[in-house]
Design a protein around this ligand. Structure first.
Ligand code: G3I
Length: 463
């Protein structure tokens, strides 16, 4: 009798445990996904794969450099994927990665799948040198993209720009060729060649592409400047342009400066053709059209930024920018703020930058330092780049990189420098925009592509 009772208890216990084991993978109905071996492995990417889970709608993909997923590869922390596979890009060559997935539907998320290990092929061209900016940034606890402004004609395979870009940078912005004036030559007529080349280069090489910029008063093509139609027809032209561009690059361009520099230096809304012809809601309209186009194209991940300059040391301007940002956030239309940071060694101060940026952090927005350069001769008091200014520049680059690197993970996106070499920057001998008809040395590489102390300062800012 005693044995019988023991047997029944054991059976009951077994049935409970087996039941719980059976439900182990079920989280109210969703079974554990099965992750499969990666495919299409290259030195900068691989295709993560998994099996279908019944009742699932999408999958959450994690990719990490460590099996405990203490940190994540940028953009791959619970990344929502609708397919049963995802090409993971922006990776380093000859590096071991780990991935796992969860299934989800409207009301449930499954537990994690098994973990798959994959090693990217050896980087055939480029040694993973820790003195390369993106290599060091990618090894941070909370990595972020290190970007650079480029021109399509710099992207010739094997050129010095191509090699330095693949060594040092993980994101690109078009300095000019993805603006409205080079792309739109007439209503509905587009010259896509340069923009296509830039986007293809980024996508082919696992480099993030940031779109700059959909709407900017300094990039209005003549046909639109002189548009003879009604204001309503003008607005439709802008909507069509935004829709066509965002649709063409959906899934390929990861983020857009939707509107650039809508606020004047005196803190009022800048009097542009967009404000004049579309009214004060034009900024929100542009963001709405960009979001609608991305959603219609199935690009649910596109990040929409408002981008502006010199807000940190100009409070009236800073306040008006945040009026715009708050309105966009209230309408769930904005993902981030671009702070151009065309700084000088004299201004803005560390405290001013932190105060400005932290307002966007507090709003849960991503931060893009979008056009960083550091003018060292704003008053034209030197004619050669003295070692004193060289070391000052190193300190100022280190300072701003440290500020950015200290941001919370959720607010990090990219820190982009506005060009490669000093002599190709928009700043030297600029008597039009800046009234500085003299030389300057604002970037990380000199005219001979030699690394400057500013580059070392950038690296030290990543410590
Ligand atoms: O490439 C054409 C060339 O084919 C043509 O012969 C020549 C005739 O003018 O123009 C060339 O294009 C120039 C382009 O730079 C070349 O990269 C444009 O004229 C010139 O206006 C354009 O200047 C750019 C400027 O924005 C206006 O788009 C600068 O490179 C770029 O550094 C500057 O960047 C801006 C950001 O977008 C916004 N924040 C401020 C920043 C500095 O002004």
């Amino acid at each position: 009798m005693k044995n019988k009772i023991l047997l029944i208890c054991t059976m009951i216990l077994f049935s409970f445990t087996s039941c719980s084991n059976e439900n182990e993978g079920m989280n109210n109905g969703l079974k554990i996904p099965m992750a499969n071996a990666a495919a299409d492995v290259t030195n900068t990417s691989f295709r993560a794969k998994w099996n279908y889970v019944s009742l699932s709608k999408t999958y959450l993909l994690d990719v990490s450099l460590s099996p405990d997923f203490a940190t994540f590869v940028p953009n791959y922390n619970s990344k929502v994927v609708t397919d049963l596979n995802e090409v993971v890009t922006g990776l380093d060559g000859g590096t071991k990665y780990y991935y796992r997935v969860r299934a989800q539907n409207e009301s449930q998320i499954s537990v994690y799948s098994n973990v798959i290990t994959v090693i990217t092929t050896g980087s055939s061209v480029i040694p993973e040198d820790p003195t390369f900016l993106k290599v060091k940034a990618n090894k941070l606890a909370n990595p972020f993209f290190v970007g650079v402004a480029i021109k399509a004609n710099q992207l010739t395979s094997g050129s010095a720009y191509d090699v330095v870009l693949k060594n040092e940078f993980s994101s690109i912005s078009a300095e000019y060729e993805m603006k409205m004036d080079p792309i739109s030559t007439a209503s509905g007529v587009y010259n896509w060649s340069a923009a296509d080349k830039i986007v293809k280069y980024g996508n082919d090489n696992g480099i993030n592409v940031h779109g700059h910029a959909l709407v900017w008063h300094n990039a209005v093509p003549a046909w639109l400047k002189n548009f003879k139609g009604t204001d309503a027809e003008f607005a439709l032209e802008v909507k069509k342009y935004i829709t066509d561009v965002v649709t063409r690059y959906a899934g390929k361009v990861k983020s857009w400066d939707v509107v650039n520099e809508a606020v004047a230096d005196n803190g009022t809304m800048r009097s542009t053709v967009f404000l004049t012809r579309m009214g004060p809601d034009y900024v929100k309209d542009c963001f709405k059209w960009a979001r609608e186009a991305a959603n219609a194209a199935g690009d649910k991940d596109l990040l929409l930024f408002y981008n502006d300059y010199a807000t940190s040391d100009n409070l009236p301007k800073q306040n008006q920018v945040y009026v715009i940002v708050d309105a966009l956030k209230a309408a769930s239309l904005i993902d981030g703020v671009g702070f151009q940071m065309h700084n000088t060694y004299l201004s803005p101060t560390k405290a001013q930058i932190e105060t400005d940026i932290n307002k966007a952090v507090a709003k849960g927005l991503k931060i893009h330092i979008s056009e960083l350069d550091m003018a060292m001769n704003p008053k034209g008091d030197i004619t050669t780049f003295t070692n004193e200014r060289n070391l000052l520049q190193k300190a100022k680059y280190k300072e701003i990189v440290k500020i950015y690197n200290a941001l919370p993970k959720a607010n990090k996106y990219a820190l982009t420098v506005w060009g490669f070499k000093d002599n190709e920057s928009w700043i030297p001998f600029n008597s039009v925009d800046l009234n500085r008809p003299w030389n300057d040395w604002p970037l990380l590489f000199d005219a001979n592509f030699k690394i400057k102390s500013a580059h070392t300062g950038f690296l030290e800012g990543l410590d």
